[in-house]
Design a binder for this molecule. Structure first.
Ligand code: G
Ligand code: G
Ligand code: MN
Ligand code: NA
Length: 254
């Protein structure tokens, strides 16, 4: 209850911070995008990570205004980097179940894009398999509306949830994110190597891109490159960092 009450005022008290984890193209080595990752900094306390407060935000419904704030913040940041001459990065934003199911959520997304001036094609929304599988018919309709707006759709933590491969055919998904639990032990673990190989091949054969998460070693990166995995993110490249630190990295690469 204490956390919930604190969270209730976190936006207006400026206690929420969006960090950005860079994503790199394995083909070119360039930073092509970032994933927006929320942090909560209550006064006089250590930072609280989303694993702790997202479930509270979800249960209380606070995820709806918080999620909208994250989306608007990330879209505004995308435009700020572009206007600073740092290029047009793709921004990936996580959507929780309740947010995704909120009636008219695609109208909220459209408004956030319009108000910020961010191109729809630069926004990628990350959804987990369980969110899609719970009510597949209404999920399909929401995804179709978002897709028609030009927003890219990614499945987060791919392979870890309950899912059916049939939904990949049915839903307009653009990106599969290989969960870091499958990346951790590649290339040594033959099962994980087989899963990473199969997910990449499946994605490409269905005209989707692949992002590998949790890349921490050069051996993991080299193996993913050999699979022609498209994008990587992880501590080998960068942990989630503040927007100005992203700008610094982009300037170094100019
Ligand atoms: O950044 P970190 O590794 O601590 O994130 C932990 C989890 O919190 C991840 O599963 C991530 O998807 C989720 N998360 C981070 N930021 C957001 C957000 O803005 N909205 C939602 N719904 N989930 C988030
Ligand atoms: O579930 P989702 O993929 O949205 O969560 C991303 C989470 O993974 C974030 O909390 C982020 O801090 C964390 N993360 C990002 N890169 C790495 C990594 O290389 N190793 C580990 N262990 N965690 C990572
Ligand atoms: Mn994610
Ligand atoms: Na993930």
């Amino acid at each position: 209850l204490t956390l919930e009450n604190g969270l209730r005022h976190a936006i207006e008290r400026h206690e929420l911070v969006v960090l950005y984890q860079p994503q790199y193209s394995l083909a070119t080595g360039a930073m092509t995008g970032v994933e927006a990752l929320l942090r909560w900094l209550p006064p006089g306390r250590d930072v609280i990570t989303p694993d702790v407060f997202i479930p509270i935000a979800e249960d209380s419904g606070l995820i709806v205004p918080i999620g909208e704030w994250v989306l608007r913040t990330a879209c505004a940041q995308q435009v700020a980097w572009k206007q600073a001459g740092l290029g047009s990065l793709r921004i990936a934003v996580n959507l929780s179940a309740r947010q995704f199911r909120q009636a008219g959520m695609e109208v909220m997304v459209a408004q956030a894009l319009e108000d910020s001036g961010c191109d729809a094609g630069c926004l990628e929304l990350e959804i987990t398999e369980s969110v899609l599988m719970d009510r597949p018919d209404s999920a399909a309709e929401t995804l179709q509306r978002l897709s028609r707006m030009g927003v890219r759709l990614a499945i987060d933590d791919f392979g870890t949830g309950y899912s059916s491969l049939a939904y990949l055919k049915r839903f307009p998904i653009d990106v599969l994110k290989i969960d870091r639990s499958f990346v951790r032990d590649i290339p040594g673990d033959s099962d994980d190597a087989a899963i990473a190989t199969a997910v990449t091949a499946l994605a490409h054969s269905m005209h989707m891109s692949v992002v590998a998460e949790g890349v921490e070693t050069e051996a993991q990166r080299d193996f993913l490159r050999s699979l022609q995995c498209d994008y990587v993110q992880g501590y080998l490249y960068s942990k989630p960092i503040a927007a100005d630190a992203v700008a610094t990295l982009l300037k170094l690469a100019l």
